[in-house]
Design a protein around this ligand. Structure first.
Ligand code: XBP
Ligand code: MG
Length: 263
């Protein structure tokens, strides 16, 4: 039976509610700044989340909502210049969104979810290895962690598998496979932490046992491949709710993690 060696964390929706309070806000700021009259509501964004990756999401939105404008000239973000290079336009708009997002993180717009710092600290104290496996841009991960846990906390994670580092984003398993390969670990030595159906498909696709913490965007997703589905990781004075699976402890800790790996 394998020992637990590492925890691999998704970021958006798992470590923090970054989608609604960070990414969505930053997308809308970037649209406005580029002089576009697009505005994504909280509800519409819930639908757009089916497409992972910010650039991919913008492309999907344009194809779906403005199919006739795809071939037209767009004003390039930050300049009066117009371009018909669609990929360049999307890349520029997305870079602007990343700047707004990292500034929001610097302003402290999004706290970490209940139990996240405790669990990460417990893992560190126990000498467990940790990695990140996310669809978002690397700069966004650094901004979130450094402005919540602290400046050097990004170094606590030995692999930051993020963004375009693999060509196929979640629900493809590539990002988790990449993290496992970089750490030279097998799936049965690790646990993954996710918040969404696409994320779970990705971690399960890499054969990782996965614990899901739900949020408002994902509570109705299909989590049938998860070992445990929780409201959050919880704290001693703020117990979690177990929605699926077995966990005796009132909050998710390393003891719970060991049990899950060996179940
Ligand atoms: C997260 C995402 C990301 C962010 C946007 O998915 O879908 O695309 O919404 O990030 P997951 P970028 O939590 O499953 O990794 O704009 O930087 O791509
Ligand atoms: Mg997520």
């Amino acid at each position: 039976m394998s020992q637990l060696e590492a925890l691999i964390f998704d970021v958006d929706g798992t470590l923090a509610d970054t989608e609604r309070d960070g990414h969505l806000v930053a997308f809308n700021m970037a649209f406005k700044d580029a002089g576009l009259d697009w505005h994504w509501s909280v509800e519409l964004y819930g639908q757009l989340l089916a497409v992972t990756g910010g650039k991919e999401r913008i492309r999907y939105y344009l194809n779906d909502f403005y199919p006739d404008e795809r071939g037209q000239a767009f004003s390039m973000p930050g300049s009066a210049q117009k371009s018909t290079d669609f990929d360049q336009f999307v890349a520029g708009l997305h870079a602007s969104k990343t700047r707004f997002y990292t500034q929001l993180m610097a302003d402290g717009a999004v706290p970490l979810r209940s139990g996240v710092v405790r669990l990460i600290q417990e893992a560190r104290d126990a000498g467990l290895r940790m990695a990140i496996a996310t669809t978002t841009t690397p700069a966004n991960v650094t901004a979130l962690l450094s402005h919540t846990i602290g400046a050097d906390s990004i170094d606590w994670f030995e692999v930051i598998a993020a963004g375009d580092i693999v060509p196929a984003k979640k629900p493809a398993a590539d990002i988790y496979i990449y993290a496992l390969e970089k750490m030279n670990l097998k799936a049965d030595q690790c646990l993954a932490f996710e918040d969404s159906h696409n994320g779970l498909l990705s971690s399960n696709g890499a054969d990782l046992k996965t614990i899901v913490t739900i949020n408002d965007y994902t509570r109705d997703h299909d989590f049938s491949g998860a070992e445990l589905v929780l409201s959050d990781f919880g704290e001693p004075d703020q117990p979690m709710t177990v929605l699926h699976g077995n966990c005796d402890e009132p909050y998710f800790n390393l003891q719970s993690a060991q049990k899950i790996l060996q179940s």
